[in-house]
Design a protein around this ligand. Structure first.
Ligand SMILES: Cc1ncc(COP(=O)(O)O)c(C=O)c1O
Length: 443
C-alpha cells in the first residue's frame, strides 16, 4: 500500500476504513451475514427462497430466486460499495499489495467444480462464456465447428458468428432422434461418425432444455479423445460444453467431465446472484484463447499494459470480461457455493433425482401423456419435458398455472411442456403436479 493511501485510510473515518481493507471487509461481510442455519430438512432449505406463496414453482431452472444467504451477502457488499464506491472497489480489485477479492470467489467455486482456482474465468452468464470461447479460438478458413441440433439458441449463435468471422464453417449433428430412448452408444457413435478431418471444435450441451436429456459428456469426451489419438498435436479437436443445466443438480465435477471448456451461468441451479457465471478451461487450453473483452481480473495484463510490454500467454483471468460490474453480485457468488458446500453436492443431486424420478414415473403411466425425457436418471437431470394429447404445450402451461403450478415451454423449434422438480419442491408438490396433468385428460 502506498503512503498516501495509508494516510488517507488513517484519517478517513471508521466506516470508510473498515470497508476499504479487503481483510477487514471480509470480516465486516461475515458480521453482516449470519452463519448458515441447520439445513438437514429440505423444508428449511426451501424456506431460504422468497418465492411467491400459493404457487408451486416448477421452473426454477429458468432464473434464480436469491436464497437468503445470497441476499445477505449481496446486501453486505452493496452497503460497503454504497458507503465508498472508490475504496470499496479499488482496494479489493486493483491494489497490488492486497489479494483480490475475486480470489475468494475462485476459492469457493473451484472445489465444487473439481477445478483449480486459476482455471476459472468469471462471466455474467453461460452465453458470454460460450461466446468468449468460440470467438477466442484460433479458427481459420476451412476449419469446422461441429455442434449438435440440440443446443440452445445462444450456443448456435456464438458458433455462427465466430465461424463467420473466421471464414470457418459449422455443422450440426443430431445425437438422437427419440429423446426418451437415447443411449450412450448411439450418442457416441453418431458423434464420432460426424467428425471430419476439418473438425477443430466439438460443441455440445450437458442437459438439454429442449428435451431434458443429459448427455454422457464423459463418453463423448472419450470419443473425441479416440479421434485425437491419431491426429497431429497441432490439430487436436477441442470439446466445448454448455453445462448450465447439469451444474448444481448433478453430482459430477465439471472439470472432470473430460471436456476442454465448460461454460455455465451460476444464476440457475447454483443459486448465485443473477448475472453471474463461470467459464472453466483446462489449464493447458487457456493459452489457445485470444481474449475478446479487456479483463479487470488480470493484474498481470494491466501491468504489461502499464509497462508497454506484450502480454504473456492467455490465462483464465485474462478472459474474465472486465469493466465495472455489479460487483456486489459477482462477489456474493461465494455465498452460493458455500451454501452448496453445506448442502452437499451428492445430497442435492440425490434429492433432485428422487423428485424427478417421481414425476417421470407418474407421467409415464398416463395414457394421454407422452414423456420425452429419458426415465434413466443417468441420461436425465432436473428437467422433464412432455406432451399432453390434444393440447399445445402453451395450453398445458396455462392450464397448470390455473392450478397454481408454474411450468414452462421449451423455447425451441419443436417445443414441449416442461416441469422441473428442484429444491423448491417436495414430494407433495410433485404429486399435485401429477394430479393436475392427469386432470388435463378430461379437458
Ligand atoms: C441450454 C441453455 N444454455 C444456455 C442458456 C442461457 O443461459 P445464460 O442465461 O446463463 O446465458 C439457457 C437458458 O436457460 C439454456 O437453457
Amino acid at each position: 500500500m502506498d503512503i498516501s493511501r495509508r494516510r488517507f485510510l488513517a484519517t478517513a473515518g471508521f466506516a470508510t476504513a473498515v470497508s476499504a481493507v479487503p481483510g477487514r471487509l471480509l470480516a465486516e461481510i461475515e458480521k453482516r451475514t449470519p452463519p448458515l442455519p441447520d439445513l438437514t430438512r429440505w423444508s428449511d432449505v426451501r424456506a431460504l427462497f422468497p418465492l411467491a406463496p400459493g404457487l408451486m414453482h416448477f421452473s426454477s431452472f429458468f432464473f434464480v430466486s436469491h436464497p437468503r444467504p445470497v441476499r445477505e451477502a449481496i446486501d453486505a457488499y452493496r452497503a460497503a460499495i454504497d458507503a465508498n464506491p472508490l475504496l470499496a472497489v479499488e482496494r479489493r480489485l486493483f491494489d497490488p499489495n492486497e489479494s483480490s477479492i475475486l480470489e475468494e470467489v475462485y476459492k469457493a467455486a473451484a472445489p465444487y467444480m473439481g477445478a483449480r482456482p486459476d482455471e476459472l474465468a468469471l462471466t455474467p452468464n453461460t452465453t458470454t462464456g460460450l461466446a468468449l470461447v468460440y470467438h477466442g479460438l484460433p479458427l481459420a478458413p476451412g476449419d469446422e465447428v461441429l455442434v449438435t441440433t440440440h443446443d440452445h439458441f445462444v450456443h448456435h449463435e456464438a458458433v455462427r458468428t465466430a465461424t463467420a468471422r473466421a471464414g470457418a464453417k459449422t455443422r450440426r449433428v443430431a445425437l438422437y432422434e427419440d429423446a426418451a430412448n437415447v443411449s450412450v452408444a448411439d450418442v457416441t457413435t453418431r458423434l464420432e461418425r460426424a467428425i471430419t478431418p476439418a473438425t477443430r471444435v466439438v460443441g455440445a450441451t450437458w442437459v438439454h432444455s429442449s428435451t431434458g436429456v443429459r448427455l454422457p459428456i464423459r463418453a463423448m469426451a472419450e470419443a473425441v479423445r479416440r479421434v485425437n489419438a491419431s491426429r497431429d498435436p497441432a490439430r487436436q479437436i477441442l470439446f466445448v460444453v454448455d453445462g448450465v443445466h447439469g451444474f448444481g443438480c448433478t453430482d459430477e465435477s465439471a472439470a472432470e467431465l473430460g471436456c476442454d471448456f465448460f461454460s455455465a451461468g451460476t444464476h440457475k441451479w447454483i443459486f448465485a446472484p443473477r448475472g453471474t457465471g463461470v467459464l472453466w478451461g483446462r489449464a493447458d487450453r487457456w493459452p489457445l484463447i485470444r481474449p475478446t473483452i479487456p479483463s479487470f481480473a488480470s493484474r498481470s495484463l494491466y501491468e504489461s499494459w502499464m509497462n508497454g510490454a506484450a502480454p504473456g500467454p492467455t490465462t483464465a483471468k485474462d478472459v474474465s470480461p472486465g469493466g465495472f460490474l455489479a460487483f456486489e453480485h459477482q462477489w456474493a457468488m461465494t455465498a452460493a457455493f458455500r451454501l452448496h458446500e453445506k448442502l452437499g453436492r451428492a445430497r442435492v443431486a440425490a434429492r433432485i433425482r428422487q423428485l424427478n424420478d417421481q414425476l417421470k414415473h407418474g407421467l409415464a403411466a398416463m395414457r394421454h401423456v407422452r414423456l420425452h425425457t429419458p426415465i434413466d436418471p443417468a441420461l436425465s437431470a432436473g428437467i422433464v419435458c412432455f406432451e399432453v394429447d390434444g393440447l399445445k404445450p402453451e395450453a398445458v402451461v396455462e392450464k397448470l398455472l390455473e392450478r397454481h403450478i408454474v411450468a414452462s415451454t421449451s423455447p425451441y423449434r419443436v417445443t414441449y411442456a416442461r416441469l422441473s422438480p428442484s429444491l423448491m419442491n417436495d414430494e407433495r408438490e410433485v404429486d399435485a403436479a401429477l394430479r393436475a396433468v392427469r386432470e388435463l385428460s378430461a379437458t
